[in-house]
Design a binder for this molecule. Structure first.
Ligand code: ADP
Length: 320
């Protein structure tokens, strides 16, 4: 295999650049060539790609986002779109693909591999951290640190004004960001889709804290569990407490990646190249208990990495 392609697809996450850098430099180290494909599968369909060299990935390890840009490509979901993409695979002489993205991007990679037999390796990049086959996905740690920073700042105001604050965080249908950041930030209550809590239970907890002399509270709401504004409205209706709601939104996706995400991305990006050069395909590289592990892409898209409910119980005990 002489020439590889690399692309980033789906939602961006911090550390994707470090992964691209590792793919390019590890491949060049082995005497191979790499084409950087722009805007996910769209670039493959349109033939928008260019050769990468050592300098193309200089000075990007600390930058959020992705220099290859990313996109959601409806056309790639159609056989016609994938036929165009394959025509470009042949035209540019690509013999293997590294796809950095989430489970949707992996589904696309698998489909492409099945139809055209082009070797593909997935690298998990998503802040949601719900991908099976890796303890951590690239960008999750940075997102959690961003949320913890927000909790710290809001806590200053919550303490000064003796108020209840609600912070809505991302994660799609997973509570990973909410739980991990909530535990680290000392949140009083964490609402996650995996452990539903009724509004009555939530208000009881708030009232117990209030009676015990607690003057402020921070509630973390995962977007997959409820809307922060709606929770605030219901708390007001049940208890009369005013709440202030902050929706962190897209500031959780970008920003300079943490050292953890850079190291994870560097190790996984390099491992993806090693797998391709060893003749592997249809695998995702992940980190399990500190070791790089390859999982079948088929499994990675079929299963989900579930949160550890013991961690939820602990957060609840410690926030009493
Ligand atoms: P993520 O990779 O972050 O989960 P998406 O679910 O939006 O993001 O998927 C990214 C892209 O992967 C889609 O826009 C599409 O181009 C491609 N893709 C997703 N599912 C499929 C599929 N079943 N077949 C072909 N391509 C797909």
């Amino acid at each position: 295999m002489q020439r590889l392609g690399v692309l980033t697809s789906g939602g961006d996450s911090s550390g994707m650049n470090a992964a691209i850098r590792a793919v390019v430099r590890k491949a060049i180290y082995h005497g191979r060539e790499v084409m950087g494909i722009m805007r996910g599968y769209n670039g493959l369909i349109e033939g928008d790609m260019q050769p990468m060299n050592l300098g193309s990935v200089a000075d990007i390890i600390h930058r959020g986002g992705t220099i290859l840009h990313t996109a959601r490509s409806e056309l790639f979901k159609t056989p016609e779109g994938r036929a165009k993409a394959y025509a470009n695979v042949q035209r540019f002489g690509l013999q293997g693909l590294v796809v950095i993205g989430g489970d949707g991007s992996f589904r696309g990679a698998l489909q492409f591999n099945r139809e055209y037999n082009i070797p593909v390796i997935g690298v998990p990049g998503t802040i949601d951290n719900d991908i099976y086959g890796t303890d951590y996905s690239i960008g999750f740690d940075t997102a959690v640190n961003t949320v913890v920073d927000a909790i710290n700042k809001i806590r200053d105001t919550a303490t000064s004004h003796e108020r209840t604050f609600i912070i809505e965080v991302m994660g799609r249908d997973s509570g990973w960001i909410a739980l991990t950041a909530g535990l680290a930030g000392g949140a009083e209550t964490i609402l996650i889709p995996e452990k539903p809590l009724s509004i009555d239970e939530l208000c009881d907890k708030l009232m117990r804290g209030y009676k015990r002399g607690k003057l402020h509270s921070i509630i973390i709401v995962a977007e997959g569990a409820a809307s922060g504004l709606e929770v605030g409205r219901q708390i007001k209706e049940k208890t009369g407490f005013d709440t202030k709601v902050t929706i962190l939104g897209h500031l959780q996706r970008g920003g300079t990646p943490t050292a953890f995400d850079r190291n994870l991305a560097s190790r996984l990006g390099a491992a993806a190249v090693d797998l391709l050069l060893a003749g592997e395909s249809g695998k995702m590289v992940g980190m399990i208990s500190g070791k790089v592990v390859a999982t079948d892409l088929q499994q990675a898209v079929q299963k989900k990495q579930l949160i550890d409910l013991d961690m939820y119980t602990l957060a609840d005990i410690l926030s009493i």
